[in-house]
Design a binder for this molecule. Structure first.
Ligand SMILES: Nc1ncnc2c1ncn2[C@@H]1O[C@H](COP(=O)(O)OP(=O)(O)OP(=O)(O)O)[C@@H](O)[C@H]1O
Length: 275
């Protein structure tokens, strides 16, 4: 797949928290480019620096050294959807909250209403449009903060483990919304701990103790092996998604697969060739 311009470029970015300057850097010498229209997944274990990297990419946190460069004419350039919705929910009612960011950008009332209702419908919150935010569950607040970001129509949507509080149906729904937006040309940065969420990414980046340990295709991450028959996924100690586990088990049983599946649909297609 071909992608457009370089939208965001991180060059030798490092970050040390100002409160613990003697401690090792949290982000270490990261070089990373995000292209227009790309879906980049970022994975890493707890504490590997994913949320810190997200805030550096969105320029919400200043780098300690290096540079983050934007080549994004649109306004707003980027919206970060946090892991914890309490970081983002501001309004008294659902409708007020979803309109808050748009008000700051001076969007006309009628358009604001239309964008708000469309975003609330997309995330499945339209029935709660007039509800007080205080009556929302944690997961519903997360859906609300996703809706608030969607209706800002940024060039880049950066989801920082945004589905971690959601039930499986809502999570599936949000992945579908992101897929639709990606299909329309939006750039997506998707930070996750769920290996099955990598299936939709054009490229994945693995963060290990603040460093980029892998930057490439998901297929190569799971299937490309070294002389010791270890994949990058094995070496870094991740457990591959169910689809890849099934494919590897078929290969171990001697089946020659026509190609290496990452999504369940790809696996289904390959297995059907052997029936
Ligand atoms: N305010 C702070 N002061 C000092 N260190 C911090 C601060 N906030 C985070 N850290 C440290 O930075 C490191 C990276 O944290 P970060 O939240 O970016 O990781 P993460 O990969 O997003 O983790 P998780 O998956 O658990 O959310 C951790 O070791 C954490 O302890």
């Amino acid at each position: 797949m071909n992608f457009g311009d370089d939208l965001i470029k991180l060059e030798h970015v490092s970050f040390t928290h100002p409160s613990s300057e003697d401690a090792p850097a949290i982000i270490k010498d990261v070089d990373l480019t995000i292209h227009r229209g790309e879906w980049v997944a970022v994975v890493g274990t707890n504490g590997s620096g994913k949320s810190t990297l997200a805030k550096l990419i969105a320029k919400l946190t200043p780098v300690s050294s290096g540079e983050v460069r934007f080549n994004i004419p649109e306004q707003p350039p980027i919206q970060l959807i946090f892991q914890n919705p309490d970081m983002q929910v501001i309004g008294e009612t659902v409708f007020e909250d979803v309109c808050f960011g748009m008000e700051n950008y001076g969007i006309a009332e009628a358009e604001m209403r239309q964008r708000a209702l469309t975003a609330l419908r997309k995330v499945g919150l339209e029935a709660m449009t007039d509800s007080p935010v205080s009556q929302l569950s944690g997961g519903q607040k997360q859906l609300l903060s996703i809706a608030s970001c969607l209706c800002m129509n940024p060039a880049v949507l950066l989801f920082d483990e945004a589905t971690s509080m959601l039930d499986p149906r809502s999570r599936h729904n949000i992945v579908q919304v992101a897929q639709e937006l990606h299909g329309e040309g939006k750039t997506i940065v998707w930070i996750t701990q769920w290996m099955d969420e990598l299936a939709w990414a054009d490229r994945m980046v693995v963060l290990d103790q603040g460093r980029v340990a892998y930057n490439g295709s998901t297929r190569d991450f799971f299937y490309l092996t070294d002389e010791q028959s270890q994949s990058c996924c094995d070496r870094l100690g991740f457990i591959p998604p169910y689809t890849v586990q099934v494919a590897l088990s078929l290969i171990n049983k001697g089946l020659k697969l026509a190609s290496m599946p990452v999504t369940p649909a790809e696996l289904g297609k390959i297995v059907s060739l052997h029936l």
